[in-house]
Design a binder for this molecule. Structure first.
Ligand code: GLC
Length: 762
């Protein structure tokens, strides 16, 4: 375990900091961006930090607030009130702390460089609130009682482990219907202690010379969306990224890749991309292909693309040290690699036994990498790039595995130490990769393991090396929900589990859950049992196909939700508590909402054929048979192997299509809105080419049901010809009259293509 991460905040030996006339300089600003308003509080110890820009926050306008006596006032924000005890803001009392140098944990002293208070902290009473966020963590959604470090580490998600691959120094506090957001925009390692060392206090510390804090308040929905105003929102992904992906460590030659594609086709299983893990490379040299195992890689990519299947290769940051290898030589020529504190090239081992690491903190290095990415993707016709080991992970240094699998923290990255720049490594690499792919004129698709707030501007995230166990299946739910609340909406976990052997029932349950993940990729480790959806034969293959087909029917909804993430910053997977924050029963780790209309209750236990679910207040209906269920109560529902328990909120309409693949366009020729009746009915769908830069349009289904008459109106703004637009209502009696409808066995279909339709039960 990383030595750096065993530090605690020496709180009892820290000194209270005055925000005026004390040892630190405090600057207060109001920031604004597209309707978002927040406070920024910057504490600095060195004059040179006064103009500091954070690594995560982008594009905001900063304004000097009005200073009145002891308060800072700005329009639309609760005042910041300075008192002797600290700072009052929106009902929170924040106190600030500094640590005398002699009290700094030894591992952090390398920071000291003559600065009197190298550790800065803040505290506030935990109160009765709920705490959420902090990105990728093991455990449930609730963060109270734990302590959480923000320092990227090559650490797979296992019970009790922290931190993991991502660093996310942002916290949500929820009390009643109100929420607060605290974003610590510091790349230095930080610690969030939420009642771990003191039961009633939250203590946040950063091991750096500044404390750069953004404060937001509002409803939980507003704060979640607001945080992404600060850290950025994802670009629109290409449609295919939301389809099904098949990966393995490794499909190690061209014949294995072809075999996978053929098996998918032979079994009628949809497939968007086959992923190439490290064995496709020539001796683990990034941006190369093995001449023995992949002699005609470009041709293979072309052949597969004719069948609607893409290739996505892994690209790790470690560059092999080898004379004559152009990436290494060019990088050397441009002085692109990280050096140690004596200014010597830092050589360690990762997959290549001797490797060097590009310093992505520097613009010229990002430009160099972008060029390599562009050349590489162009040469082989790759559709996207998979960035792994980008914490960065180091497996060998000076003849041994470094205890924290990290580069020395004193290593130089431009003017910064690795201690300061480490958390941003994946962000810089993703930005460079994004630029490289953008040059090809398509929407870039990147998957990353490590990250920092803002990573969503470039990449999807996956949660790394889980295992084929029910515990990991269950853990993926709060992990992905937390990533979403923390600004990373497009994420997934390895479906089927990466390590250990999958068994068919587990894989099937995971395929159904994966069908609702924003990113749906099955991946497994070297030496484990094969777990492609056809690997276990019948009846499993047929059942897995059902899950896959369901994913493809859901694509219009998923794509519209990706658009919502792009436009509004809301995640695709949402905890029930996002809408019912005051309902204690709604805060669950084993259920979630996809968008606002679909509630999923995945089966997370071996052998289970039924499960308990909680439905929040309001009306709900069983997605599969239309059965009406009352909210604000627990229900026991059947959970057969054939499907995942799924419920639709009354008054919603979910756009579905036919399970057709390959997916070439998000202008759906056929649309079917699944309607759950309510006094008002609303649903919408976003459509564009699914690729490229056209603007696209939202079309809407609107209407209402007064208990006797159902009316629906479809406003089509897509501008393209369609084969049909239907609305479907399940579990109703045959109507007595109406216009443009058909009824069969409890299923009512209304043809809304030409605009509207209605039915009545007199
Ligand atoms: C890491 C990744 C995993 C990958 C493996 C080999 O463990 O997390 O997904 O398959 O490296 O590249």
């Amino acid at each position: 375990m990383n030595e750096l991460l065993n530090w605690d905040i020496p709180f009892d030996r820290m000194e209270r900091l005055a925000l005026e006339g004390g040892l630190v300089q405090a600057r207060v600003e109001q920031v604004e961006h597209e309707g978002l308003r927040a406070w920024r509080l910057l504490l600095t110890q060195r004059p040179r930090d006064a103009a500091k820009e954070g690594p995560a926050v982008q594009g905001v306008v900063r304004r000097q607030p009005e200073k009145k006596a002891e308060s800072y006032l700005a329009e639309g924000l609760s005042p910041l009130v300075l008192g002797e005890e600290g700072l009052g803001w929106g009902g929170l009392e924040l106190a600030f702390w500094g640590c005398p140098h002699r009290e700094v944990p030894p591992v952090l002293r390398l920071l000291a460089d003559g600065v009197p208070y190298p550790l800065l902290a803040l505290s506030f009473p935990l109160g009765a609130a709920r705490y959420l966020g902090l990105g990728e963590r093991v455990g449930g959604l609730e963060r109270r009682g734990g302590r959480y470090w923000n320092f990227t580490a090559d650490q797979p998600p296992r019970p009790g482990r922290d931190p993991l691959y991502q660093a996310s120094p942002l916290l949500l506090r929820v009390e009643g219907a109100r929420a607060w957001g605290l974003l610590l925009d510091e790349s230095y390692p930080s610690l969030f202690d939420l009642g771990y060392s003191h039961p009633a206090e939250a203590r946040l510390a950063v091991a750096g010379p500044t404390l750069d804090l953004y404060l937001l308040e509002g409803s939980l929905l507003e704060v979640v969306a607001g945080l992404t105003r600060l850290t950025g929102r994802p670009p629109m992904p290409p449609l295919w990224a939301l389809g099904y992906h098949q990966c393995r460590y490794s499909y190690a030659d061209e014949a294995s890749v072809r075999e996978v594609v053929e098996q998918f086709a032979a079994h009628g299983l949809p497939l968007e991309a086959v992923w190439l893990d490290i064995h496709y490379m020539d001796g683990y040299k990034v941006f190369t292909a093995s001449p023995q195992r992949f002699p005609r890689l470009a041709l293979l990519a072309e052949e597969l693309s004719d069948r609607g299947v893409r290739l996505v290769p892994i690209v790790d940051p470690g560059v092999k040290v080898e004379e004559g290898y152009s990436v290494f030589e060019e990088g050397m020529r441009r002085q692109a690699f990280i050096r140690d504190d004596r200014d010597e090239l830092l050589v360690g081992g990762v997959w290549p036994r001797r490797a060097v690491w590009p310093d992505f903190s520097r613009e010229e290095v990002r430009a160099f990498w972008a060029e390599e990415v562009e050349k590489f993707a162009r040469t082989y016709g790759f559709a996207g790039i998979w960035n792994d080991m980008n914490e960065p992970a180091v497996l060998e240094l000076g003849g041994a595995e470094p205890p924290d699998k990290a580069l020395p923290l004193t290593a130089r990255q431009g003017a910064k130490s690795h201690l300061e720049a480490r958390n941003l490594y994946a962000l810089g690499m993703a930005e460079a990769t994004y630029r490289g792919l953008q040059a090809l004129g398509r929407r870039p698709f990147i998957l990353t393991r490590s990250g920092f707030p803002g990573i969503q501007r470039y990449a999807f995230v996956w949660t790394g090396d889980n295992e084929s166990r029910y515990e990991d299946l269950a853990l993926s739910v709060p992990m992905l929900l937390s990533l979403g609340l923390s600004g990373i909406p497009l994420a997934g976990s390895d479906v089927g589990g990466f390590g250990l052997d999958a068994e068919p029932e587990l894989l099937l349950r995971w395929m159904w859950l994966g069908a609702l993940y924003p990113f749906f990729r099955n991946h497994s480790a070297l030496g484990t049992r094969r777990q492609e959806p056809y690997a276990f034969g019948e009846p499993w293959t047929t059942r897995m196909r059902e899950a896959l087909h369901f994913r493809y029917r859901l694509l219009p909804y998923l794509y519209s939700l990706a658009r919502t993430a792009h436009e509004e910053g809301l995640p695709l997977l949402r905890p029930l508590g996002l809408y019912w924050p005051e309902d204690a029963a709604a805060w669950r780790d084993d259920q979630f909402l996809l968008g606002e209309a679909l509630l999923a209750a995945p089966v997370l236990r071996k052998g289970a054929r039924a499960r308990e679910i909680y439905l929040p207040p309001g009306g709900w209906q069983d997605f599969w048979n239309g059965e009406r269920l009352e909210g604000a109560s627990l229900h026991r529902v059947a959970a057969p192997l054939e499907r995942l328990p799924l419920f639709q909120r009354a008054g919603t309409a979910i756009p579905l299509t036919e399970a057709r693949y390959p997916t070439r366009t998000a202008r759906w020729p056929f649309l079917c809105f699944r309607v759950a009746l309510g006094p008002k009915v609303r649903g919408r769908v976003f459509e564009d080419a699914g690729e490229g830069g056209d603007e696209g349009a939202w079309s809407e289904l609107e209407g209402g049901f007064d208990g006797r008459r159902l009316e629906l109106l479809f406003t089509d703004r897509s501008g393209h010809a369609r084969q049909g637009v239907l609305a479907e209502v399940w579990g109703v009696a045959p109507p007595t009259r109406g216009q443009g409808y058909a009824y069969h066995n409890g299923l009512l279909r209304l043809d809304v293509q030409g605009g509207g339709a209605w039915v009545a039960w007199d």
